[in-house]
Design a binder for this molecule. Sequence first.
Ligand SMILES: *[C@@H]1O[C@H](CO)[C@@H](O)[C@H](O)[C@H]1NC(C)=O
Ligand SMILES: *[C@@H]1O[C@H](CO)[C@@H](O)[C@H](O)[C@H]1NC(C)=O
Length: 405
Amino acid sequence: MAVFRNHFLPVCVLILSLSTLLTSTVSTSSTQKPSRATTVTVSDFGARGDGKTDDTQAFVNAWKKACSTSGAVLLVPKGKTYLLKAIRFQGPCKSPLTIQIFGALEASENRSDYKDKRHWLTFDAVNNLSVDGGTTGNIDGNGKIWWQNSCKINPSKPCTKAPTALTFYNSKNVKVTNLRVRNAQQIQVSFEKCANVIASNVAVTAPEDSPNTDGIHITNTQNIQVINSIIGTGDDCISIESGSQNVQIKDITCGPGHGISIGSLGDDNTRAYVSGVTVDGAKLSGTDNGVRIKTYQGGSGTASNIKFQNIQMNNVKNPIIIDQNYCDKSKPCKKQKSAVQVRNVVYRNIKGTSASGMAIKFDCSKSYPCKGIVLQNVNLQGGKATCSNAQVMGQGSVSPHCTNT
Ligand SMILES: *[C@@H]1O[C@H](CO)[C@@H](O)[C@H](O)[C@H]1NC(C)=O
Ligand SMILES: *[C@@H]1O[C@H](CO)[C@@H](O)[C@H](O)[C@H]1NC(C)=O
């Protein structure tokens, strides 16, 4: 893990100093070299912010200006609500860019306003991007219309995709801070194919019964920190999928929802790789799972070097779970030998209560048993432990104990 830290630290310093630089240039005089930050305000491009007028084109035009201006700050003023259709904020931009979302963004309820049905607001190929919600910024996906039409809510409807509220795609050096996101159409915030990301002080909310509204979704992303954030939603609090490496989750509060998940991995016989995930400092309350690794039968690849530590569970149905027979399909998944190999997973200082009679469940693949599972100072009350096809080592005090390792 020493290598991990040494590798990550310069990235953080880089991003932090980048944002400091941007903030300081905003307030300094025009005599300061090399260039003064130019504030580009969406209202200068015709955005009304009355919550009724479609402000999409004004945002697109303001983005074009900010993205092509050196050292720009794109400002969404506070105290107003901007109604928006799907927008792709396309990079690359001329220089590092800050976007201050101090007002409220609200998604159009007309499903025809989402061409690909997969995205609402997307930042694509924008390197050195800082998104700051200040004390007032709010992003509302207005997802009710999508939830009602989900096959998970209404089985007579076909299973279709719904948009992710906020996507960062193919972007390096991204900082997201002080942002409130709610009621996404489907996934709330997604980092896909990104590198060097810090997300801090993010608050995500949606009703417990909103379908597939993962709080923060991380896929194909390297060197990402999610810190100091509060997530209550209808699906995973944080989900970490294939291609993700060096993921640090720190000081997170989850609930309601499905807990912190690695996976699902190996769906449709795919090859998956996830490594170097640390969850350090988390409080989960009333969630379906606490810390979970979920893989489909028939997949391949590995999920390795994972650490869950300093975690409080309150009334969690499955506080610690590895599920290698995961299946979230309309039809039952068929039995298959191949599996994503789960290796080197440490659970340390995990305390609290189970809401279901199950505290620890390792349901691993018979042909690819879980290897190097360490339980250290684990005390979960109100539940038993069942461990199938898992090499489990206990250290310090561990309760409950596996009945069948
Ligand atoms: C982003 O930052 C990197 C590292 O400082 C730099 O090489 C690159 O040119 C920057 N790109 C933009 C668009 O600011
Ligand atoms: C939704 O958008 C489509 C396409 O822009 C339009 O034809 C339709 O009238 C809109 N529906 C509502 C209810 O506004």
